[in-house]
Design a protein around this ligand. Structure first.
Ligand SMILES: [Zn+2]
Length: 276
């Protein structure tokens, strides 16, 4: 086996037929996942990716980490059956305070289009959450349980409440205390619901201050994911994990970017030329 020198981390939010910000159409997602499978990519678990970063494990040359932010209902309705069909694995960073109770709703792998729950666009999802109707647009614990049970998805922390503490708390001491408390609540909620201690944290909006990184480490998060562009090479910093935004594009777009992001020197040059 040729071992990977760098592993690209893909960032998705919505997979939905309703166009909007940060949304990939189900047909595009199907195309992209089929392409990954056809080209022989291994979709890592978060722990295996972390072991690669730390130099403790080798992973196949063509490895990738697939991630979703926020834990929208459409991840279950549209993305989950596609990943399952291609035998690919992905990570959902969930806002633990937004996950609902109740039974699993139907997904596209088992129900006809008319019977699927509405999956509104990003703006409408944001409004629903603000209105206290998060359950209409976000995942439920039962759906998370089902996706984890067959090994298709794994859930990690995107904090408990997805706040911009810097805008809410000008006082630095107060702000850091709130961040620490939120991370503790998120980790405790996931521990109670999923029965394990979470080690992977994704910062909301990719925003963090240097002290946040220490707060997360102290809370028990070994891996911290940003929205910055960069190359995740072996021996890289697990508190600065880079991700690439996946666009709603078919053709060679994804494959060509993965080819670049798997090559540390070429990838760094590419990002430099693009001013990142
Ligand atoms: Zn988010």
């Amino acid at each position: 086996m040729k071992a990977a020198k760098a592993v690209p981390v893909l960032m998705y939010h919505h997979v939905s037929p309703n166009p909007g910000l940060v949304t990939v159409a189900p047909q595009t997602f199907e195309y992209q996942m089929a392409q990954l499978a056809a080209k022989g990519y291994t979709a890592l678990t978060a722990d295996r990716f972390l072991a690669f970063l730390g130099g403790e494990a080798e992973v196949p040359e063509k490895s990738v980490l697939i991630t979703f932010d926020d834990a929208y209902l459409d991840n279950y309705v549209y993305a989950y059956p596609i990943l399952q069909r291609h035998g690919l694995h992905a990570v959902i960073f969930a806002v633990s305070g937004w996950i609902g109770e109740g039974a699993c709703r139907p997904h596209a792998g088992e129900a006809s289009a008319a019977d699927l729950p509405a999956c509104p666009n990003h703006r409408r999802c944001t409004l629903a959450i603000q209105d206290g109707r998060a359950d209409e647009v976000m995942l439920r614990w039962a759906e998370i349980g089902r996706m984890e049970a067959d090994g298709t998805m794994e859930i990690h922390s995107h904090t408990h409440s997805h706040l911009r503490w810097d805008k809410l708390h000008p006082d630095r001491g107060e702000r850091l205390a709130r961040v620490a408390e939120d991370l503790r609540r998120s980790r405790e909620t996931l521990r109670q619901r999923l029965g394990r201690a979470d080690r992977h944290l994704c910062w909301p909006w990719g925003y963090f201050e240097p002290e946040y990184l220490d707060a997360a480490t102290q809370a028990g998060f070994a891996a911290q994911y940003s929205v910055a562009k960069g190359i995740n090479r072996r021996g890289g910093d697990p508190r600065q994990i880079y991700r690439m935004v996946v666009k709603d594009r078919c053709g060679n777009w994804l494959a060509s970017r993965l080819w670049i992001y798997r090559r540390p020197l070429l990838g760094a040059l590419y990002l430099k030329l693009r001013g990142k």
